[in-house]
Design a protein around this ligand. Sequence first.
Ligand code: DC
Length: 224
Amino acid sequence: MPARVVAIDGPAGSGKSSTARAVADALDFAHLDSGALYRAFTLAAIDHDLPLDGERIAALAGALPVRLDRTPAGYRPEIAGVDVSEAVRSPAVTARVSAVAALPAVRRVVNAMVRAAAAEHPRGVVIEGRDIGTVVFADAGLKIFLTASPEERARRRLLQENRLQDAASVAREAETLEVRDHADANRPIAPLAQAPDAIPLDTTGMGFDEQVRRIVELARKLFP
Ligand code: DC
C-alpha cells in the first residue's frame, strides 16, 4: 500500500496530464498517467494486428513486455524496453484506445501495474486517469475530479497539438472528445465517474497556475 496517492480523474482534455505533472513536481511525488498505459496496450495490439480480445492483448503485453518504467520525472510506458510515451499519442491509438480500455482483462492488468508502481514508490504518486478515485485507489488520500467545458477542452487539446485553427476546428474536436467521453462514461466496467468523496474542480476560465496551486495546497495539508 503506497503511503501517499493523489488521484486526478476527469474527461479527455480536462488538463489532467499537465496538471498532474505540475502537482507531482511541486510535491516531489512521481507522476503516473494510467491512460498512457492503456494507450501502450492499444499500440501493442495495433502493431501485432490483434483483434479486440482482452485475454490476447493482456498476454501480448505480458510477453513483450508492456511496462511502466520509473524515471526521475515519473513513470513512462515502455514496450520491449523502448520508451513509447510519444508513440502512444498517435491518432491511430487515440481512435482505438477507448475500445481497448473497455476490456476487463486489459483493465485487470493495467490496474495491477499501476498499483504495483505506486506501492514501490518511496514518496508518493500523482495518478491520473478515469477510475483512479473510484476503483484503482478508492482509498486515495486526495481525489480531484477535473472538468472544463467541452469547447475549452477542445481548444486546449488543439493548442497543445498545434492544430488550433478556427471555431469550426474547435467544434469538430469538441465532438470527437464527446464521443470518447461518452464511451468511457458508459462502459459497464469502471466507467469515467466522479467518486463521491472527490473534490470537483472546474477549470474553465481558471489559470493553469491557479488550478495547480489549489491541488498542491490540499495535498500539503493531507501529506505534510
Ligand atoms: O487520458 P487519455 O486520453 O490518454 O486516456 C486514454 C484512454 O484510456 C481514454 O479513452 C480512457 C482510457 N482510460 C481509462 O479507461 N481508465 C483510466 N484510468 C485511464 C484512461
